[in-house]
Design a protein around this ligand. Structure first.
Ligand code: KIV
Length: 284
């Protein structure tokens, strides 16, 4: 089995120009598939609200939801770097609450790092969490927890003025002690600039290729999440079709009496068929 990668290995990969592969997972089987496929990192994103729990956004997701799903992922991927996503409300109120919740991820779900959204406005929170000894990754650009105030899931940094905010956020995240930064939904030119400017690893989801690695949401790339597909997603499978067809076929076979067939049932032990039949007769 390959050695589990951590912060130092990711810095080494950055130096060598080797790309980090990163995917979301929310449950044991998906985590196992990700580890078996050799994924470098797994994010237990609060996107679980939409992908798994059926919410229309991430805001209702709770700390307990995140902890429970991180625990399942940790079990399925014990040899992979797992990051817990701090849900809305878990770090906005105070530095103390942010640290308390980051520590919960560490102690109760044994994650390797946590992620939170925002730059300049969460500088103190990042510093407090990093100082407590928990690895923290920043997340800026299109930040889903702020999609309401942002007017929807909209690309950021597409004008010079808006790009300035993204750059200021990136600098703030690094200065505050984050070990890595995730850029979401910004133009690749801006990603390249930030990647060149920072010394911590910089990753992308919908921010193009010029950085240290890519994150994708498993429900999107598997063709499982149906509500909408962001422009930056490539579908590698159509799980929705495969699963729906399997369910349809099963239902048809049950209705037609084709399933279960002889090979799907347990048989009476050989040699006691007569005795068995007599026993059943006694009950008639
Ligand atoms: O929750 C999540 O999956 C995320 C990604 C969109 C980056 O935060």
């Amino acid at each position: 089995m390959a050695k589990k990668k951590g912060r130092l290995e990711f810095l080494e990969m950055k130096k060598k120009g080797e790309k980090v592969t990163w995917i979301t997972a929310y449950d044991y089987p998906t985590a196992l598939f990700a580890e078996t496929a050799g994924m470098d990192m797994i994010l237990v994103g609060d996107s679980l609200g939409m992908v798994v729990l059926g919410y229309s956004g991430t805001i209702p997701v709770t700390m307990d939801d995140c902890i429970r799903h991180c625990q399942a992922v940790r079990k399925g991927a014990s040899n992979t770097f797992v990051m817990g996503d701090m849900p809305f409300g878990s770090y906005q109120i105070s530095d103390e609450l942010a640290v308390e919740n980051a520590v919960r991820f560490f102690k109760e779900a044994e994650v390797d790092a946590v992620k939170l959204e925002g730059g300049v406005r969460v500088k103190r929170r990042i510093r407090a969490i990093a100082d407590s000894g928990v690895l923290v990754c920043g997340h800026i650009g299109l930040t889903p927890q702020s999609s309401g105030p942002m007017g929807g899931f909209k690309a950021q940094g597409v004008t010079p003025d808006s790009a300035r905010y993204v750059i200021e956020d990136a600098l703030a995240v690094e200065e505050s002690g984050a070990y890595a930064l995730l850029l979401e939904g910004i133009p690749p030119e801006l990603t390249a600039f930030i990647h060149k400017r920072l010394s911590i690893p910089v990753y992308s989801i919908g921010a193009g290729a010029p950085c240290d690695g890519q994150l994708i949401i498993c429900g999107d790339m598997l063709g499982q999440f149906q509500a909408f597909t962001p422009k930056f997603v490539k579908k590698y499978a159509n799980v929705a079709e495969v699963v729906t067809n399997a369910f349809k076929q099963y239902a048809e076979e049950v209705r037609a009496g084709v399933f279960p067939a002889d090979e799907h049932v347990y048989h009476i032990r050989k040699g006691c068929e007569d005795e068995y039949a007599k026993m059943l007769e006694e009950y008639e």
